[in-house]
Write a protein that binds this ligand. Structure first.
Ligand code: ADP
Ligand code: MG
Length: 309
């Protein structure tokens, strides 16, 4: 495994005295899609800002493919593409001028064929001579992506790429991210949409109040922390869970008409269900229907953030 981005002991305290990042350690692997998930204000944009040299770190060290972001800034920065959270483009320029200029900024030789390919992939080709201010919000966002890709970065940061965008653009964005990954680009996206992380990521990091509280393979995370729930609709409501069933940690619905059993999805715990059903029968609690549900990443995320705060 090759590390493309290495962040060690990164802290950021803003001039206001607010500590937005607390000793963050994170290694990103070449070619992966990494989703940084966290609620608003968690520090996602600050973290990206420090890597991209927009925010000055208070402490810590960042290496991009071995290049120190402070002492070897140009080499490190040219490897990075950034699609910022906020829409920031020169409104009076044309799409073509913006992307060409952005490529030039990084000292890359002009390559119209490449830029055409990028614009076509983003359905922007027929807008290449339009001034940015004449474009819709969704199109402006596409321009930001084209701009970030103009110098052929190795690592692409997408800061909340789909916040407030329509479904179509979201789909296109996901498709584009997958295509970039195919070409070997490493992608780090921040989001507070769990479904986006669940859909896209190879690995997921969770950040809360400036601290990375978890980094895990997505599949592993879902497997490890994924709980199952069995809900039984009762034939007749009950007012309390009988004492002999206390060990199961059952949840009784507000109307007393349903009980829910939460268990780990393992062989031994599944076996516990058989026992539970027998014990219910012994307690003369009958049910008329049942469902099981696998908890989603959403539930896991909510639990994690709750535990950490
Ligand atoms: N320039 C700044 N000065 C002071 N505090 C800031 C500044 N920028 C961001 N913050 C604070 O740092 C915290 C993290 O912000 P941010 O990195 O934007 O979070 P996220 O992107 O996860 O929503 C927030 O509490 C925010 O108010
Ligand atoms: Mg942000």
């Amino acid at each position: 495994m090759h590390t493309i981005l290495s962040i060690s002991n990164l802290s950021k305290t803003y001039a206001s005295g607010f500590q937005a990042l607390k000793r963050v350690n994170l290694e990103i692997r070449r070619g992966e899609i990494f989703a940084l998930l966290g609620p608003n204000g968690a520090g996602k944009t600050t973290l990206i800002g420090t890597v991209c040299g927009i925010v000055k770190a208070t402490e810590g060290r960042i290496l991009v493919n071995g290049h120190d972001i402070v002492t070897d800034y140009r080499r490190a920065r040219e490897l990075i593409g950034l699609v910022p959270q906020e829409l920031t483009t020169n409104a009076f320029e044309t799409v073509w001028a913006t992307v060409s200029f952005s490529r030039g900024l990084f000292g890359k030789r002009a390559n119209p064929a490449y830029l055409e390919q990028v614009l076509r992939a983003l359905s922007l080709w027929d807008k290449k001579d339009s001034r940015i201010m004449t474009l819709s919000g969704g199109m402006k966002r596409r321009v930001l992506i084209a701009k970030a890709l103009a110098h052929e970065p190795t690592v692409l940061f997408l800061d909340e790429p789909t916040a407030g965008v329509d479904v179509e653009l979201r789909r296109d964005m996901w498709e584009l991210v997958r295509a970039l990954k195919e070409r070997g680009v490493t992608i780090i996206l921040t989001t507070h949409y769990i479904e986006e992380a669940e859909e896209m990521a190879d690995r997921i990091g969770v950040i809360n109040r400036g601290e990375i509280i978890l980094v895990e393979e997505k599949a592993h995370l879902l497997r490890k922390l994924g709980k199952k729930q069995l809900t039984l609709q009762l034939e007749a409501p009950i007012s309390d869970v009988p004492a002999q069933l206390a060990g199961y940690g059952l949840d009784l619905s507000a109307d007393g008409g349903a009980i829910t059993y939460t268990y780990d999805d393992t062989q031994s715990e599944r076996a516990g269900i058989v026992k539970l059903l027998r014990d219910l029968d012994d307690a003369r609690i009958r049910f008329r229907d049942l469902q099981t549900k696998q908890s989603s990443l959403e539930d896991i995320f909510v639990d994690l953030v709750r535990e950490a705060s």
